[in-house]
Design a protein around this ligand. Structure first.
Ligand SMILES: Cc1cc2nc3c(=O)[nH]c(=O)nc-3n(C[C@H](O)[C@H](O)[C@H](O)COP(=O)(O)O)c2cc1C
Length: 345
């Protein structure tokens, strides 16, 4: 046992340092210990919940889970560029299936997830057609319902052929209706979010916002990886940018913040946004929040900077609040839309 666990004042002090009071924030009815969450795809099997809790995440998303277990695409399927501070992945929902995922989560001790909502990210099995997607997703939802606090319906992974078409037309409505009616059948009260791609026109975004809100989605996760590529700057980066798959990390940052800005403006700040895409510094997280994200998530920054990036951003956000003279994270949400009255001189 660590010495800090034996001495309550030291434990208390560490808690306060890790989670300064001002960083506590709200997402729906939850009082989160901090605004930074773990993005989907890092813990595909939900095997490391206790570790994320110890690291200090405010909330986590596990999976993506599909109704059928699947191996995903052949390796290599993940590529890294330190020049671009970006990853390209074509994992293809390698996961043990939602039944096994639920079994794993059921074994996590309550203390190891206390105060840290766990969302299940849901995808479509490769062997299932888009027509049958509502059943695939809602089967996963029902299996995972007892062991998570909420769901993210992922219609934006570029690595399952046709999946992104589920963002369009009536397909989105049928899928979300099926998921939300299954959630109610299971007992209700567990929010369903929808996760979108960054590569969408404003018209496509309007459609998703309208349909998702009409169907009763609690909010939106913006965004998944992009099919866009940065300009290659040497032979190595040329090879990198030519890889098939979704790109995450630094080059995604600006676009995902733009999407967040658009959604917040369109919904007048009344629909919670979980902001994700290219956050690797305090400034990146702050921009997402002031442009409208209630909370944010990270993935690629953990790969490039290691776990210390979480504390770095938490500490930096605490300083940002002081600089701007505001007392809580919630007050910072959407600040960029409210003019410059709270900007420091
Ligand atoms: C290897 C890898 C696997 C991913 N798997 C999923 C997934 O299963 N479901 C999902 O919604 N997003 C998945 N993502 C996307 C991330 O959750 C996140 O939206 C994206 O990486 C952008 O954030 P970042 O720039 O902080 O990495 C994955 C990303 C990576 C790099």
């Amino acid at each position: 046992m660590r010495i800090s666990n034996k001495i309550p004042p030291i434990r208390m002090l560490m808690k306060v340092l890790l989670h300064p009071r001002a960083l506590k924030t709200k997402l729906l009815d939850w009082d989160l210990r901090g605004p930074i969450g773990l993005a989907a795809g890092m813990d595909k099997k939900a095997e490391n919940v206790a570790a994320w809790h110890n690291m200090g995440f405010g909330f986590i998303e596990v999976g993506g889970f599909t109704a059928h277990p699947q191996e995903g695409n052949p390796k290599p399927r993940m590529f890294r560029s330190s020049t671009h501070k970006a990853l390209i992945n074509r994992m293809g929902f390698n996961n043990p299936g939602s039944e096994k995922g639920a079994e794993t989560l059921a074994k996590v001790p309550a203390k190891a997830r206390q105060g840290m909502p766990v969302f299940a990210n849901l995808g479509r099995s490769k062997s299932t057609s888009n027509e049958d997607a509502p059943e695939d997703y809602s089967t996963s939802l029902a299996l995972l319902w007892p062991v998570v606090e909420g769901f993210v319906v992922n219609v934006s992974s570029p690595n399952t052929p046709g999946l992104r078409d589920l963002q369009k037309g009536d397909a989105l409505k049928s899928l979300l209706e099926a998921c939300i009616s299954m959630e109610e059948k299971c007992g209700g009260g567990k929010p369903v979010f929808v996760k979108i791609a960054p590569d969408l026109s404003n018209e496509a975004l309007d459609h998703i916002i309208d349909v998702s809100r009409q169907c009763g989605c609690a909010g939106i996760v913006a965004t998944n990886t992009t099919l866009e590529r940065p300009q290659a700057i040497n032979a190595k980066s040329e090879t990198f940018v030519k890889q098939e798959g979704g790109l995450s990390g630094k080059p995604l940052n600006q676009r995902s913040t733009e999407v967040i800005h658009y959604i917040y403006a369109k919904t007048k700040g009344k629909w919670p946004i979980i902001g994700v895409g290219g956050i690797s510094s305090t400034e990146d997280a702050w921009q997402k929040i002031i442009n409208g994200a209630s909370v944010v998530q990270i993935y690629s920054a953990l790969v490039f900077k290691g776990p210390s990036v979480l504390k770095e951003i938490q500490k930096g956000l605490g300083n940002k609040l002081k600089q701007h003279g505001i007392s809580s994270m919630s007050e910072a949400v959407g600040l960029a839309h409210r003019g410059n009255e709270n900007e420091p001189e």
